[in-house]
Design a protein around this ligand. Structure first.
Ligand code: AMP
Length: 187
């Protein structure tokens, strides 16, 4: 089972992705976590990514697609993967399709976490104060929302057209939303 979690920054897909991974045993891969880890270690990937991340911009597709090749080709992903934070552009979506096809797989479902903008702003500012992420400040947040609208939102129609989009109303308690995810996936 290959699943994509889609939604604006602060929509809760990371939290729900972890719960879903724990429940199903499918590995969750977050490109944001992998990039932050690479930045923390001072790895070449991190050096290329950091300034984009700090500004709330997307890391260029060529860098991300190299990373996707590595993660989707790994033995851990052989039973399927929960994709958190990617694909974020049409080019990345096409790369995901190509990489999964190479292994005889496909994207099975895309969960869209739907949250109104004012609620997103509130959540992300709470996260900024709790976690101290350098990209959770107001400027980077505005930029990340704009980037989401311009570069990532087109994926909604891309996957809706295939009939694999499942929209999750993602306002409510964590268990409530987890239940909607379970129902939405029919499992
Ligand atoms: P996230 O933790 O998913 O919100 O990602 C944090 C930051 O990492 C983003 O604002 C981007 O700068 C970068 N990033 C993570 N995933 C991707 C991706 N798939 N494509 C481009 N940039 C990404």
């Amino acid at each position: 089972m290959n699943l994509i979690l889609l939604g604006a920054p602060g929509c809760g897909k990371g939290t729900q992705g972890e719960l879903l991974a724990a429940r199903t045993g499918i590995v969750r891969v977050s490109t944001g976590d992998l990039l932050r880890d690479a930045v923390g270690k001072g790895a070449p990937l991190g050096q290329r990514a950091k300034s984009y991340m700090d500004q709330g911009l997307l890391v260029p597709d060529d860098v991300i697609i190299g990373l996707l090749r590595e993660v989707l080709g790994s033995p851990a992903a052989a039973r399927g993967v929960i994709m958190d934070g990617f694909p974020r552009t049409i080019a990345q979506a096409e790369a995901v399709d190509a990489l999964l096809t190479e292994r005889g797989g496909a994207v099975d479902a895309v969960l869209l976490f739907d949250v109104p903008d004012d609620e997103l702003r509130r959540r992300i500012l709470v996260r900024a104060s709790q976690m101290g992420r350098t990209d959770d400040n107001v400027e980077a947040l505005q930029q990340r929302l704009t980037v989401y609208r311009e570069q990532t939102q087109p994926l909604v129609d891309f996957y809706r057209g295939r009939g694999i989009l499942v929209t999750i109303h993602a306002v409510g308690s964590i268990p409530e939303i987890a239940e909607r995810v379970r129902t939405g996936l029919g499992a």
